[in-house]
Ligand binder design. Structure first.
Ligand SMILES: Cc1ncc(COP(=O)(O)O)c(C=O)c1O
Length: 454
């Protein structure tokens, strides 16, 4: 590559690069100059705690020595198109099946999260002969046309009016629910009853799949109430509908178990994955299918494919990544660190602007409100992407960045999902920074009813 200085990189970036989900004039991307573990340094020399693991994918942290070493072996395995068997693809598929729920049998490899979801939609339609796909409003499944139609939140608007047969249903979000349920189980009953009605209204014989992020991630880490996921599984079985869990963000240790479905003893019919399988060191995603779906394709053509399905470099990095999870006990570590983070998050409830904290393992969100009593969100639903006229969320994320706490927000919540290698001390250091940003924020926003003291 050419050696060009930072100013030139920024000038070329401004002139030639289109950045996602942004008005180009409104953004001023900095450059990551150096990165190590949970930290990175930008071009001004400022150090950041990477508290969202970039886009919730760098589970092993930046610059992991084992993965950097693995790159030196790229080329040992010859490049081969998907029609060939390759050592890395076969090994990675085996390793994934070994850690997936018991009923899972085979893996179809794709390039990332969105296209994996597209392939899962196609597989569900092929296997069932049905065409309707249910998914949820508070969800994000990716930016391709298929995954865009699956997604329920406002990033789907770019694909509207969209494809026929994509039906949305409600995600349980008890914090904003008007009904005061006596228990989580009662809430689950309520939502499951609504879902069953919707299935009946749509005609179960036309519904191929119910697609859900096991725990919706960028829509606020919405942990399902007790019994809900098991209830959806039961409805799927009752009506012959496939249950597909999108584990793109929640998979590979993020929640303190290998997959989020493991918290609910669930055996979905398919699971999609991406991010954590290579931790973004090379793009890779895929669909894990149950043994009955795998068997189906013994005698039926799998009418889908990609030039880079099972790309040699990505699957090689994937194998090395899965070894790191195992050898460094990262999933167990995430569960342990999850308790430390949980304690710090619960302490945030003393702040006037913190409405709710939600967390499981190292997967967390802090929901900010203008008023704790009314739960009025800091920013109305769907006001991301240039519509946040008050700019309050942008302001808060700016204050976090000022403190050296890097993350991103969506709607009125801030994501907290650091690399799984984070230590107890680093969690405390980072959460101290988060609190400092909150104090500054509330001094301006809530000057009439300031922060409750420690
Ligand atoms: C749950 C979920 N599914 C799918 C995707 C899309 O993945 P990708 O950006 O790799 O296409 C994302 C991205 O954040 C995601 O969080």
């Amino acid at each position: 590559m050419e050696q060009i200085d930072d100013q030139q990189i920024k000038a070329d970036d401004r002139r030639y690069v289109l950045h996602s989900w942004s008005k180009q004039k409104a953004i001023h991307p900095s450059i990551i100059k150096k990165a190590e573990g949970i930290f990175f340094w930008d071009d001004s020399g400022k150090k950041f705690y990477d508290m969202s693991a970039q886009l919730v994918y760098l589970n092993v942290g930046h610059n992991h020595p084992k993965l950097m070493e693995e790159f030196k072996h790229i080329g040992d395995i010859p490049f081969a198109s998907p029609g060939f068997a390759t050592a890395s693809t076969a090994e990675l598929a085996r390793k994934i099946i070994e850690v997936a729920p018991k009923n899972m049998a085979k893996v179809f490899f794709a390039n990332g999260g969105a296209d994996s979801n597209d392939h899962a939609i196609k597989i569900a339609r092929m296997v069932t002969g049905r065409y309707k796909i249910f998914s949820r409003y508070r969800s994000y499944h990716g930016a391709t046309f298929g995954a865009g139609n699956l997604s329920g939140e406002n990033r789907r608007f770019a694909v509207e009016p969209g494809l026929p047969g994509f039906i949305k249903f409600e995600t349980p979000h008890l914090y904003h629910e008007k009904i005061d349920f006596e228990s989580e189980e009662a809430a689950s009953d309520f939502y499951l009853d609504r879902l069953e009605h919707q299935i009946l209204y749509e005609g179960p014989e036309s519904i191929a799949a119910i697609f859900m992020e096991t725990i919706p991630g960028s829509n606020g880490v919405l942990i399902p109430p007790k019994g809900y996921m098991e209830g959806v599984r039961a409805l799927c079985t009752k009506y012959g509908i496939l249950m597909i869990c999108d584990e793109v963000m929640s998979g590979f240790g993020r929640t303190g178990k290998m997959f989020a479905v493991d918290h609910f003893n669930l055996e979905p019919d398919m699971m999609t994955f991406a991010k954590g399988v290579t931790c973004g060191y090379n793009p890779l995603g895929g669909v894990i299918v149950s043994s009955s779906i795998a068997d189906y394709f013994d005698d039926h053509v799998l009418l889908t494919g990609l030039t880079y399905s099972g790309h040699t470099v990505s699957t090689q990095i994937g194998c090395a990544t899965l070894d790191i999870y195992k050898n460094e006990h990262l999933v167990e570590h995430a569960a342990e660190m999850g308790h430390v983070l949980a304690e710090r998050l619960e302490q945030l409830m003393r702040f006037a602007s913190v409405g709710e904290v939600r967390h499981l393992g190292l997967f967390a969100a802090v929901e900010l409100v203008k008023d704790k009593q009314t739960k009025e969100p800091l920013m109305g639903y769907g006001k991301d992407y240039g519509k946040d006229t008050e700019g309050l969320m942008k302001k808060f994320v700016g204050l976090l960045m000022e403190q050296g706490f890097y993350t991103y927000s969506h709607d009125s919540h801030v994501m907290i999902a650091p690399p799984l290698i984070i230590s107890e001390q680093q969690i405390h250091e980072a959460m101290d920074l988060f609190e400092l940003a909150l104090i500054k924020f509330e001094k301006e926003l809530f000057s009439d009813h300031p922060v409750v003291a420690k």
